[in-house]
Design a protein around this ligand. Structure first.
Ligand SMILES: NC(=O)c1ccc[n+]([C@@H]2O[C@H](COP(=O)([O-])OP(=O)(O)OC[C@H]3O[C@@H](n4cnc5c(N)ncnc54)[C@H](O)[C@@H]3O)[C@@H](O)[C@H]2O)c1
Length: 328
């Protein structure tokens, strides 16, 4: 039996995985999770700050039944990375044989992490947005880029409004879309960006009330993706429906965390669980006028599923990618 593990760098991942693959993989994997065909324990955070190392990493295991892919993503944030030319977030993915535990592959997880992060709001908006003409992006960094890249593949967008504390960040963002089929509007305030928008997406590293409830029009979809609070509590509490990709993880991180700690939001507060919507177990949007708040929290099953797809394609291609027998 050939037991050599593939060692797969980021350039090879990019060769075998495109935006459309990741959008499809995200939708399929969420649906399988809703159908009970994916096993995914909660992620575990290892915070090294308390012993003087400025960083943390999450261990995110999953088993994807329909494609028989078992693995774990280890992704962390490392304070000094930017000073040495590395991204703040670094991800690696390890895949093992589901029957023997033998290592199948070790992949650089950066591109997969970026693309699957962007695919999430795209699939969510496809399911939950009443309209997609005007999209407001608050925080125009890297994850916002991948999000709009994916959204533009499957949504008809007419106008993209940009809000950021740095003008240069908005300009850099626009430069990343030289052939955009929509027009960009740089906004002077978040209120200007939000009023009348069909979709409001926050993708910042802020911990602040970036979106206020009175600024939202009827039928708006608000998606928060950052790791901390990004809207006023009212946006969550007064929304007609609350949605998430994963209930448990949404209570411990991101926009809802503080409300959950106060006991104002519980697992039952989420009327819409996106994997269940895809599995036909719960309704998504039922009224065009509803304001829907959605927490896009991110789960390891998507990274593991995408990594499995990359490995499958490399195996099918026969390309001579570096391999090493870890069983020796
Ligand atoms: N939900 C997920 O699946 C997921 C996955 C990966 C990363 N994230 C989170 O997404 C967030 C963004 O990550 P990134 O890699 O794009 O970071 P980034 O540094 O590339 O971009 C963040 C942007 O937010 C802007 N910003 C900061 N404070 C702001 C404020 N008060 N108002 C408006 N803009 C503000 C910054 O100027 C910057 O342009 C982080 O919180 C990260 O942890 C979420």
């Amino acid at each position: 039996m050939d037991q050599k593990a593939f060692i797969i760098g980021n350039e090879t991942v990019k060769k075998y995985l495109n935006v459309d693959d990741v959008i499809k993989c995200t939708e399929d994997t969420w649906r399988w999770y809703g159908e009970g065909k994916v096993v995914m324990p909660s992620k575990i955070t290892t915070d090294m700050e308390k012993v003087g190392v400025p960083g943390w990493f999450n261990s995110m295991p999953a088993y994807i039944g329909p494609t028989d892919v078992a693995g774990i993503k280890v992704v962390g944030g490392y304070e000094h990375n930017r000073e040495i030319g590395l991204p703040f977030i670094k991800a690696n993915i390890l895949l093992t044989d589901s029957r023997t535990g033998v290592l199948r592959a070790l992949l650089n997880g950066d591109y997969i992490n970026d693309l699957r992060t962007g695919a999430q709001p795209a699939v969510m908006a496809k399911l939950l947005a009443a309209k997609t003409d005007v999209v407001t992006v608050i925080g125009t960094g890297l994850m916002a880029y991948y999000s709009l890249l994916c959204m533009s593949r499957i949504l008809n967008i007419r106008e993209v409004r940009l809000c950021d504390i740095y003008e240069a960040a908005k300009d850099r963002f626009i430069d990343r879309f030289p052939d955009a089929p929509f027009r960009f509007v740089k906004c002077a305030s978040n209120e200007e960006g939000c009023r009348g928008a069909d979709i409001v997406m926050t993708v910042t590293n802020a911990n602040a009330d970036l979106v206020e409830y009175p600024w939202l029009k009827k039928g708006a979809l608000v998606m928060t993706m950052g790791s901390f609070r990004e809207t006023s509590f009212d946006v969550v509490m007064k929304a007609d429906k609350r949605a998430t990709d994963h209930v448990g993880q949404s209570l411990h991180r991101g926009n809802v965390k503080e409300l959950a700690e106060m006991g104002k939001i519980t697992a039952d507060s989420f009327e819409v669980v996106v994997p269940d919507v895809l599995a036909g177990k719960c309704a998504g949007r039922t009224n065009a006028d509803d304001i829907i708040f959605a927490q896009v929290i991110g789960t390891g099953m998507l990274d593991v599923a995408c990594a499995g797809l990359v490995l499958q394609r490399i195996e099918e291609s026969g390309e001579d990618v570096f391999r090493y027998d870890m069983t020796r």
